[in-house]
Design a binder for this molecule. Structure first.
Ligand SMILES: Nc1ncnc2c1ncn2[C@@H]1O[C@H](COP(=O)(O)OP(=O)(O)OP(=O)(O)O)[C@@H](O)[C@H]1O
Ligand SMILES: [Mg+2]
Length: 266
């Protein structure tokens, strides 16, 4: 399972700093300034879909992910996961992939085992940890500490920890930030392969338009803050995808760039 329904979600943050000072001159600001971030978001993600979310910096992508994951409450509207209203975070249903989220004092094995801590049977847990280390090609590196790994290996260890938790939905908020170009391309391939294997719903936030189009079953593009859905594309091109093989994909790519204000530097 992992069906997500976002219904007319709005989110405003209230800036309280300085509110007391301004209160004297303007009683309407008694409760602080309101910053609208999400402006009536309606989205539905199918079970097992890999959804890429694009949008200008500061438009509200992370906020939407936090609201869906239950870390933050919408100001109005609802989020349902598998038909149930999200009321708070749930480690059983959701795993947030955080970069730099490895504990430096734990080995790769110990870090990944954290994802499997819900398992009662020690042997089953060990087998699962090993299986997922194999999936991300870290076999043989189990006993190293994070600082002994390259950036790409650290991300793969984080990915193994997320996968071993066997979540219904996996959130990835710019998981490749800071990786070099080639490692980033290889990580893309690994996520695509892993997704084909596990078929879980993944919400993947990125700034990279090509990355979204190469990876996603769906690509959602937001406007500037307050975010509205500007484009919602269903991509049914098989993997591996490349822009030269699919004219339609190349056309969509140009549309997305144009929507985001880039006209010819492609
Ligand atoms: N806890 C908070 N309190 C107040 N304002 C917040 C809070 N979290 C985010 N914001 C504001 O909400 C807006 C959207 O932030 P968000 O982190 O969702 O953007 P984003 O689309 O993920 O941006 P980026 O691409 O840079 O990561 C920003 O203006 C930010 O300052
Ligand atoms: Mg963000």
């Amino acid at each position: 399972m992992g069906h997500i329904l976002v219904k007319d979600v709005r989110k405003e943050y209230v800036e309280r700093r300085g509110a007391r000072r301004r209160m004297n001159s303007d009683p309407d600001l008694r409760s602080g300034n309101h910053l609208p971030v999400l402006d009536g978001i309606d989205l539905e993600f199918a079970n097992g879909e890999l959804v890429c979310i694009l949008g200008p910096s500061g438009c509200g992508k992370t906020t939407l992910a936090r609201v869906i994951a239950g870390f933050d409450r919408p100001t109005s509207g609802t989020v349902l996961i598998d038909g149930e209203k999200v009321k708070g975070p749930s480690s059983e249903h959701i795993f947030v992939f955080q970069h730099s989220g490895l504990f430096p004092w734990m080995t790769v094995w110990e870090n990944v085992r954290l994802g499997a801590r819900h398992m009662k049977e020690k042997e089953e847990m060990a087998a699962k940890v090993q299986e997922h280390l194999d999936v991300v090609n870290l076999t043989g590196y189990e006993h190293l500490y994070p600082h002994q790994l390259s950036g790409g290996m650290q991300r793969r260890a984080e990915l193994a920890r997320a996968l071993v938790a066997d979540p219904e939905v996996l959130f990835m908020d710019e998981p490749f930030a800071g990786l070099d170009f080639l490692t980033r391309l290889k990580m893309r391939e690994e996520i695509i392969n892993m997704h084909e294997l596990i078929q879980k719903t993944i919400v993947f936030i990125t700034h990279d338009i090509d990355e979204a189009l190469v990876m996603g079953d769906r690509v959602v593009v937001f406007t500037e803050r307050p975010a509205k859905v500007r484009l919602d594309l269903k991509l049914e091109f098989p993997h591996p995808r490349d822009f030269h093989s699919y004219d339609e994909l190349e056309r969509l790519r140009r549309d997305v760039y144009t929507e985001l204000g880039v006209h010819y530097a492609l």
